[in-house]
Design a protein around this ligand. Structure first.
Ligand SMILES: [Zn+2]
Length: 279
């Protein structure tokens, strides 16, 4: 009896183990078939969705914010502004225009940064601007600005020398020659004479207003808001207002500056208009 038991017992144990194992396999298989999503393995559908989650190549695309673009501006049909006349031989000075129309004016200064991306971005966004250029900044490649003129921008006067202390350091005659000389240069390069003057640094005096008038200028144009380092800076309030004149520069950060200006215009429901079209 003992010897029988000793032989049979391992077989019986083995059989029980096999039964339990098969039972587990059966239960598991049944569960996989009826509840495939709750268990890890493996229908074809599930393999797809698993690979979607696991595979690094198929991670969901990050949301890329495309920069806002300016729509085509609506041409101004009503002129509700008139420029003050030259009085006592002095041009008026303007930093904004009193208008109810949904427009702002952009002046881009100096002309040091000349890159095709500037031309492309202004074209794409339908931006026309008054370009206050100085010979000292553009003489290496004045032809660059012909492309912007072809888009509708207008080159205006920002002196030959770009001496930001001219209002303090230069006599009437020196100022006149710095301003008139730049008008001559613009005529030589682009075939027309400018009518607006922006002093380097923005400072002006009665003597400068006379010198500008005597060089054929209609106004000194300063600004009330500016774009700098990729963000807007306002002298009044915290957004663009109709009639604001905005200062910007041809600098390496042109793209960021222009985008900040475009975003501010869109936020305020405004569009660019050429100052020269209203004056
Ligand atoms: Zn300047």
């Amino acid at each position: 009896m003992n010897s029988f038991d000793n032989r049979r017992l391992p077989r019986r144990k083995l059989r029980i183990v096999v039964f339990i194992f098969m039972g587990i396999v059966l239960v598991y298989t049944a569960l996989v078939i009826f509840y495939p999503k709750k268990l890890g393995s493996p229908t074809a559908d599930q393999q797809d969705s698993t690979s979607l989650i696991m595979s690094p190549e198929s991670k969901p695309e990050p949301t890329i914010q495309t920069p806002a673009e300016m729509p085509l501006p609506t041409p101004i049909t009503v002129t509700d502004y008139s420029l003050p006349p030259i009085e006592n031989g002095m041009v008026p000075v303007i930093s904004s225009i009193a208008t109810d129309q949904k427009v702002v004016f952009l002046g881009i200064d100096d002309g040091a940064f000349k890159d095709q991306s500037v031309i492309d971005m202004m074209e794409k966004n339908h931006i026309k601007a008054s370009l206050f250029l100085s010979k000292s900044c553009i003489s290496s490649n004045p032809g660059f600005f012909s492309s912007l003129i072809a888009q509708g921008s207008i080159v205006e006067n920002h002196t030959l020398s770009h001496n930001t202390k001219m209002v303090k350091e230069q006599t009437y005659d020196q100022q006149k020659s710095d301003i008139c000389g730049m008008s001559d240069y613009i005529y030589e390069q682009y075939g027309y004479r400018p009518t607006l003057f922006r002093p380097p640094g923005g400072g002006y005096s009665d003597i400068m207003r006379q010198a500008a008038a005597d060089c054929g200028m209609k106004a000194i144009v300063t600004w009330i808001a500016k774009v700098n380092g990729g963000s807007m800076q306002y002298q009044i309030g915290d957004k663009l207002r109709p009639g604001d004149i905005v200062l910007m520069h041809f600098r390496p950060e042109f793209k960021q500056d222009m985008q900040a200006f475009i975003d501010a215009m869109i936020a305020a429901g405004l569009q660019t208009e050429l100052l020269e079209d209203l004056l």
